[in-house]
Design a protein around this ligand. Structure first.
Ligand code: GLN
Length: 483
């Protein structure tokens, strides 16, 4: 039963092959048995899950239907869940029980999804390896000595290990797409504003976006359908109708213009990954797509711009964790300043502290123009590159990451080495564009992802291309040994 996709679960439940309660119990047992190897969950919500599963079964018995009705999922632990610990992977929020549900959590619950638990993540979503979590690193089910990617490493490892069919995640600079690539999943970062950020603990507000992680594009369509939509509680949420993502999965790719940026194939890319990307291009050509070389000339500036803007926003967002209003408070503070300093010093891990310092510096009087303003100008150039490219092509294709998943600890002493691995993903966040990563093969037994980018609100197109690719390839069906 644990091999079933969301789409298959929906059919099985509709045909009364099994109940949501049976499925939920099976998956909870599997998590208890296998997750100690992976550490993909921070909290399990067994009681809530069984209660939601029974309620979903009752709704089906009353004639209701729906692709998510009775479907087991989990939430990245930065989506607020009422009365349930929402830690953001940090000691700072280890004792924080959210007083309300995030919009995404509430929407999925209303659609009948069953929450099995909250997944592990890099502290405050800062990282690419899931090693900055207060709750310890997550292991990659494809090789337990390797990282699963981050920051949504817990959601990715759990879905890849067949502990559950799909999970929510967020992507500020690649945190859905990169772990998807590292664990052989399909992951979609929607257009900025497509999915509500209300109740999603902020890292960098102008870049953060929630989205689905699943094994197939078909399942991403189902989960995104439940997550997307306008929300008056989020002032950056966009009031655009949500299309039926499942309805366009089978559109023809005939004549689809795919742009391949020449800058993507530079020296930093593992040549074995380059070969797999070229294979995926050939596959899409067979389906009728037309390939065109394009250029994204400002791509080289994206990493420095991102690593100014994201920490700048983080330094502002994380100022609310002051030992007074939320989370960790130090023992016996001598005075207010001591309370702030020690609460924050004890509550935040080293990577979060580094980013707060970098961000505060970039925003400070005297440096603002040189760093923050400059980074914002680069951001506009990156966006302009994409706008020009999308005048010529419908989709942009390339690798999701320059290398496969690295060994645990390999980049711990050199944060910049980890930042450089984000080169292919962060441009979509800077521009606010939707992006998807899907399985494209293996290097040394580790999965490789191909990334597709589309114009604003063309999530349906991304899912359509990925689904057609998956009907003609079987990379996404491979299962890690032992799971
Ligand atoms: N790796 C990037 C960072 O550390 C992206 C993280 C994310 O998307 N949340 O900021």
């Amino acid at each position: 039963m644990h091999q079933l996709t969301l789409a298959e679960i929906a059919r099985g439940l509709a045909d009364k092959k099994f109940s949501s309660e049976e499925l939920t119990k099976t998956l909870l047992a599997r998590i208890a048995q296998l997750d100690p190897q992976l550490n993909s969950f921070i909290s399990l919500t067994e009681d809530l899950a069984l209660q939601q599963a029974k309620a979903a079964d009752a709704r089906r018995a009353n004639g209701e239907s729906g692709a998510l009705l009775g479907a087991p999922i989990a939430h990245k632990d930065l989506f607020c869940t009422q009365g349930i610990r929402t830690s953001c992977g940090s000691k700072m929020l280890d004792n924080f029980k959210a007083p309300y549900d995030a919009t995404v959590v509430a929407k999925l619950a209303a659609a009948g999804a069953v929450t099995l638990g909250k997944t592990n993540m890099d502290e405050f979503a800062m990282g690419s390896a899931n090693e900055s979590s207060y709750y310890g690193p997550v292991k990659n089910p494809w090789n337990l000595e390797h990282v699963p990617g981050g920051s949504s490493g817990g959601s990715a490892a759990a879905v890849a290990a067949r502990l559950l069919p799909a999970a929510t995640a967020t992507d500020t600079g690649g945190s859905i797409r990169q772990p998807a690539a590292f664990t052989n999943l399909t992951g979609l970062k929607p257009t900025y504003g497509r999915v509500s950020r209300w109740g999603m603990i902020a890292y960098a507000s102008s870049l953060d976006q929630g989205g689905p992680l699943a094994r197939t594009a078909e399942d991403c369509a189902i989960l995104l359908q439940g997550m997307a939509g306008f929300d008056t509680n989020d002032s950056t949420s966009i009031d655009e109708p949500v299309p039926d993502y499942s309805a366009s999965l089978n559109d023809s790719l005939k004549g689809l213009r795919i742009g391949v940026p020449k800058e993507y194939f530079s020296a930093g890319l593992d040549p074995r990954i380059a070969e797999l990307i070229h294979n995926s291009i050939k596959e899409l050509e067979k389906l009728g797509a037309v390939i065109k070389e394009i250029s994204l000339p400002n791509m080289q500036h994206a990493i420095p711009a991102y690593y100014v803007i994201a920490p700048a926003e983080a330094s502002s967002n994380l100022s609310r964790f002051d030992g007074v209003r939320f989370g960790h408070r130090c023992a016996d503070p001598k005075n207010l300043e001591d309370l702030y300093k020690r609460s924050r010093g004890e509550g935040f891990g080293p990577e979060v502290q580094r980013r707060i310092m970098v961000g505060a510096y970039a925003l400070s009087a005297g440096y603002y123009d040189a760093y923050y303003l400059k980074a914002q100008k680069i951001r506009r150039l990156v966006k302009n590159d994409f706008m020009a490219a999308f005048n010529e092509v419908d989709i942009i294709l390339g690798p999701t990451t320059p290398n496969p998943a690295w060994k645990l600890g390999a980049k711990n002493s050199d944060p910049v080495a980890a930042y450089l691995e984000d080169v292919y993903t962060i441009t979509a966040n800077l521009a606010g564009l939707p992006g998807l990563s899907m399985p494209a093969g293996f290097v040394d037994g580790l999965p490789v992802g191909v990334q597709l980018l589309a114009p604003y609100f063309q999530e349906g197109r991304l899912l359509n291309v990925a689904h057609q690719y998956q009907l003609n390839t079987d990379w996404h069906t491979r299962t890690p040994t032992g799971f």
